[in-house]
Ligand binder design. Sequence first.
Ligand code: SAM
Length: 222
Amino acid sequence: MLYIVPTPIGNLGDITHRAIEVLSAADIILAEDTRTSRRLLDRYNITTPLRAYHAFNEHQATAAIIDLLKEGKTLALVSDAGTPGISDPGFLLVRACREANEEIVVLPGPTAFVPALVGSGFPCDRFYFEGFLPHKKGRTTRWKHLATLTNTIVLYESPYRLIKCLEEILEYLGDDRKVCVVREISKIHEQYHFGSASGLLKEFEAHPDKIKGEMVVIISAV
Ligand code: SAM
């Protein structure tokens, strides 16, 4: 049995009782960064052994993990934060388990885009999750595609590219869209910034100290 276990995106209190139970009972926890996960596990006195499973070994590691599942081991997959598979490793392993008819349970739990989307106040009955845009190659193609959509758009963005992202919203989607930048969800300095792309550019250029932390960018439909 493979469990996919979401972990907090900032506030450790957001781990669920069930996540703690599953992580405690598993034979092995597959972790994106074993040091990051060790800190979380230590807090809950979870002593389950950790094994690395990340973007750089997931292709090779997947077959060995399927073998462990076939031996009857109970495994739990965690990422550094949030839900594995959402802009984090996980998809390849889940697909391989489905193909091998191995049982999978995905626990509900923290993920960054849901609170950001709901808290933006932009329509969330339908939305488009883009996740991270490619840094270079293919980025323009993605923006041209996003410009054709009529739903709320959700992006994950790094603080180092926020200004570029806002400039691109202006260039490809225009200045009529409402934009919301949500920073540091569930942490002490959680903050929502609202405006047009040009308004937010002015705000962040005037206050570069605000361009920090983890962030989700929500763009309203036309
Ligand atoms: N698996 C995670 C999830 O379920 O949301 C996403 C992992 S992805 C590598 C990390 C990105 O998620 C960050 O760059 C940021 O865009 C977003 N993110 C994660 N934690 C966040 C937080 N506390 N506040 C705002 N955005 C966050």
